[in-house]
Design a protein around this ligand. Sequence first.
Ligand SMILES: [Zn+2]
Length: 133
Amino acid sequence: MSIGHIFYSTFANKCPRCHAAKVFENNNPYSFKNGLTMFKHCASCGLKYEREVGYFYGSFYVSYALQTALVTLFYLLNIYWLKMDSLTLVFIIIGLAVGLFPITFRWSRIMWIAFFTKYEPDYKGHAWEDEKK
Ligand SMILES: [Zn+2]
């Protein structure tokens, strides 16, 4: 795990282990049809994305950190540059948080998977096939 691999797989919507196949079905997070739909396994290396039931509860912490960074950044921008009143600032921050939800949702899940997955570009196992037996 390195920061570069985590960021690449997160922003490119790629499997954290092989960087060859997608994690989410659609690269557009705002697609109503399948923008937030994940594949169960990597099509290239077979990595099971949801390792256990409730695995993605941990990604809430990542999502919280991303949203907090966004709010802090916008707050600092307001103090030093925009200088809006507080009520307007609150509504804009809420609008940004809701509007950017599909992006933070996807990023937080891929980051959460990447935190616990080693980058192995040559991995060719299909461990998930064992579950079918
Ligand atoms: Zn993979």
